[in-house]
Each structure stands twice: as structure tokens, then as C-alpha cells.
Design a protein around this ligand. Structure first.
Ligand code: HEC
Length: 196
């Protein structure tokens, strides 16, 4: 390479390093703020969902609660997302409802969580966020791992009551979300918001 070219190549390299690191800094501040907002939303949504599930199981038993969960989970998600411009949902690699199927980005993050879990990571601390750009639009995306708690085993565990199995077969003939053990990775909360 000629000397001029080397100098030019070096200048370009330095300039691009500076601009990309400045960009990374600006985004990381924005990302930190969004991470905090996402975590708050997830906590509210998760608490509400669990409360609804547990109270309807106590009242009518787990088989009847399946119907409640089926209808109320998306409703509760909408309630928490409402007015704030966020989209909230749940996803998993082992699905009960196909409406919760992961897209490419979500599948990537679920694989990261599974890998971390296999390495002994704590599910409670697992979260992942990124600002992605698609068709010229910037979107902040966030996921938080969901572990299997005791109450979840009624409908996602290894030994389901016959009435629960029957109700699940009826509503979800392709159900792949059973056979979980306490502390397993069940899936993740998934949130997104368009940003500038
Ligand atoms: C009363 C039965 C019941 C209990 C208890 C229950 N679930 Fe579910 N779960 C369902 C049903 C029905 C669906 C599918 C409908 C939906 O919520 O989207 C589902 C879906 C999910 C999904 C979305 C992914 C998919 O497979 O469609 C996740 C994640 C999940 N459950 C996690 C949990 C966790 C964690 C607990 C314990 C805190 C729990 N569930 C307790 C019935 C139950």
C-alpha cells in the first residue's frame, strides 16, 4: 500500500472509532433509562399475572384457571403496556400458545438465557436489551428470564392433575409447555418500544 493510502486508511479508522464509541455512549445512556422502565413494567405485569393466577386457582382449581389465564394474560399485558407506548408479552422455546412464539431476536435471547442457565447463572438476574434498527426505525427491545415457581407446576409441571391435562389438551392440542421442574427456565418477558 502507498504511504498516502496508509495514512488515509488510518485517518478513516480513527474517525470511525471515535464516532462509533460516541454513538455507543449516547445509546448506553438512553438504554439505561429504558432498561429501568422495562424492569418496572415487567415487575408490575409479573406480579399482577401471578396474583390473578393464584387467586383463580384457589377459588376454582387449576383446571378452571386455565381459561382465566388464557383470556386474562394478554389483557393484563395490554393494561400494563397501555398509555406508555410499550408492547409487553411472554415468549418461550417450549410453547403452550403459538401466539407467544418468539421472533428471530427473541429466539436469539432465549438461547443466550438457556446458555447462561446451563453455566449456572441466576435466572432472577437475567435480562438483555438492545436498540435495533429495522427499515430505518429504531426499536428498543428488552427481555427478562422467567423461572418456574411452585405455583406454575400445576399447569407446567411433570405430574398434572387429570382435569388439568384434559383442559389443556382441549384448548392447546400442540402444548409443549409441560414437564418443567422447579427453577427451570420457563421463558421470558419480552418488551419493546420504538425510540428516536
Ligand atoms: C392455571 C394454569 C397455569 C398456571 C398455574 C400457570 N400457567 Fe403459564 N400458561 C398457562 C396457559 C393457559 C398459557 C397459554 C396462554 C397464555 O397465557 O398466553 C400459559 C402460558 C405461559 C407462558 C407463555 C409462553 C407459552 O408457552 O405460551 C409463560 C412464559 C408461562 N405460562 C409461564 C408461567 C409461569 C412462570 C407460571 C407460574 C408463576 C405459570 N405460567 C403458571 C397456564 C398456566
Amino acid at each position: 500500500m502507498c504511504t498516502k493510502c496508509i495514512i488515509r486508511a488510518t485517518v478513516i479508522a480513527v474517525v470511525s472509532t471515535i464516532s462509533s464509541s460516541q454513538l455507543a455512549m449516547a445509546e448506553s445512556d438512553q438504554q439505561k433509562t429504558l432498561d429501568a422502565q422495562a424492569l418496572k413494567l415487567v415487575k408490575g405485569f409479573g406480579k399482577d399475572l401471578k396474583h390473578t393466577l393464584v387467586s383463580s386457582m384457589k377459588k376454582d382449581g387449576p383446571a378452571a384457571a386455565i381459561g382465566v389465564c388464557n383470556l386474562q394474560a394478554p389483557e393484563i399485558a395490554t393494561k400494563h403496556a397501555h398509555a406508555s407506548g410499550w408492547t409487553i408479552g411472554r415468549t418461550s422455546t417450549k410453547l403452550r400458545s403459538h401466539t407467544n412464539a418468539p421472533d428471530e431476536w427473541e429466539a436469539k435471547v432465549l438461547a443466550i438465557f438457556a446458555q447462561k442457565k446451563a453455566e449456572g447463572g441466576d435466572l432472577k438476574k437475567m435480562q438483555y436489551s438492545e436498540i435495533i434498527e429495522k427499515d430505518g426505525k429504531k426499536t428498543y427491545r428488552y427481555m427478562k428470564a422467567i423461572g418456574v415457581a411452585k405455583a406454575c407446576l400445576n399447569c407446567h409441571g411433570e405430574n398434572l392433575k387429570p382435569a388439568v391435562s384434559a383442559a389443556l389438551k382441549d384448548k392447546y392440542p400442540d402444548d409443549a409447555a409441560t414437564g418443567f421442574k422447579l427453577g427451570d427456565l420457563r421463558g421470558a418477558f419480552t418488551l419493546s418500544k420504538s425510540v428516536k
